[in-house]
Design a protein around this ligand. Structure first.
Ligand code: ACO
Length: 213
C-alpha cells in the first residue's frame, strides 16, 4: 500500500499540536499543511506547507487523509462540513499518551491531545478537541465541534452542546447540561446548567452575556 499522507488544514499553534499528535500515532509516512499563509512561508517546524486550504481538492485521490486544525469552533465546523461534502477521508487523531475507554466513542475529525483521558460510556462528536491533559469522565456527551481546552476536568454525565468552548483549566461538576455555542472562560467552575449562547466565567461560573447566534 502507498505511503499514508496526512494533510492538515491550518498551520497555526493548534496545527503544530495536531501534527505532533499524528506523528506520535506512527501511522502517517508524511504530514503536510495547507494554510492561508502559504504564500509567506513554506514550512512550519519539520512539516511543509504545500498550498492554501482551498487547494485541498488536489489531494483528494490517493492514500491521503485530512485533518482540520482550526481552534475556532465555527470555522472548524465549516471546513469539516465542506470536506465531508467532497467525500474527503477525514482523520481522527489520538495522541499516543491519551486514553479513551473502549466503551466510549470519538467522532470523525476529533482530536485527543497528549494526556487527555476519556472515561467509559462517553460520546464525543464530530470535529471535537479534547486538549492537552483534559479529562472527560463517564457517561458524558460532547456534541459536534466542541472544544475542551487544556487542563479542564469534566465530571460524569455532563452534556456539552454543539460548538461550545470550555476555557483552559475549567471544571464542570457532574450532571450539568451546557448548551450549544457557549463560551466558558478560563478557570471557570461550572456548578449548574448553562443555557445556549451564553458567555460566562468565574468560580462559580456566572453568565455575563448572551452571544449572538
Ligand atoms: C492551547 C490553547 O491555547 S487553547 C485556548 C485556551 N484559552 C482560553 O481558555 C481562553 C479563554 N478565554 C477567556 O477566559 C476570555 O477572557 C473570555 C472569553 C471569557 C472573555 O473574553 P473577553 O470578552 O475578551 O473579556 P475581556 O478580556 O474584555 O475581560 C472582561 C472582564 O472580564 C474579566 N475576565 C475575563 N475572563 C475572565 C475569566 N476567565 N475569569 C475571570 N474573569 C475574567 C476581565 O478581567 C475583565 O474584567 P474587568 O472588566 O473587571 O477588567
Amino acid at each position: 500500500m502507498a505511503d499514508k499522507l496526512l494533510i492538515i488544514i491550518g498551520a497555526g499553534g493548534h496545527g503544530k499540536v495536531a501534527a505532533e499528535c499524528a506523528e506520535s500515532m506512527g501511522i502517517y509516512q508524511k504530514i503536510v499543511f495547507l494554510d492561508a499563509g502559504a504564500s509567506e512561508r513554506t514550512s512550519v517546524g519539520p512539516w511543509d506547507i504545500v498550498g492554501m486550504p482551498e487547494d485541498f481538492e488536489r489531494y483528494l485521490s490517493g492514500n491521503s487523509e485530512f485533518f482540520v486544525a482550526i481552534g475556532d469552533n465555527q470555522a472548524r465546523a465549516k471546513w469539516l462540513t465542506g470536506l465531508d461534502e467532497c467525500k474527503a477521508p477525514i482523520a481522527s487523531l489520538i495522541h499516543a499518551s491519551a486514553t479513551i475507554s473502549d466503551y466510549s466513542t470519538l467522532g470523525v475529525g476529533s482530536l485527543l491531545c497528549a494526556h487527555a483521558v476519556v472515561n467509559p460510556f462517553t460520546s464525543i462528536g464530530l470535529g471535537c478537541i479534547v486538549n492537552t491533559s483534559a479529562s472527560i469522565d463517564h457517561d458524558c456527551v460532547l456534541d459536534n465541534f466542541v472544544h475542551i481546552a487544556p487542563g479542564c476536568h469534566i465530571a460524569g454525565t455532563v452534556k456539552v452542546g454543539e460548538k461550545s468552548f470550555i476555557g483552559i483549566g475549567s471544571s464542570v461538576v457532574q450532571s450539568v447540561n451546557i448548551g450549544k455555542n457557549c463560551v466558558l472562560g478560563a478557570g471557570s467552575v461550572v456548578v449548574g446548567d448553562i443555557k445556549d449562547n451564553s458567555l460566562g466565567y468565574g468560580v462559580p461560573a456566572k453568565i455575563i452575556k448572551t452571544l449572538e447566534k
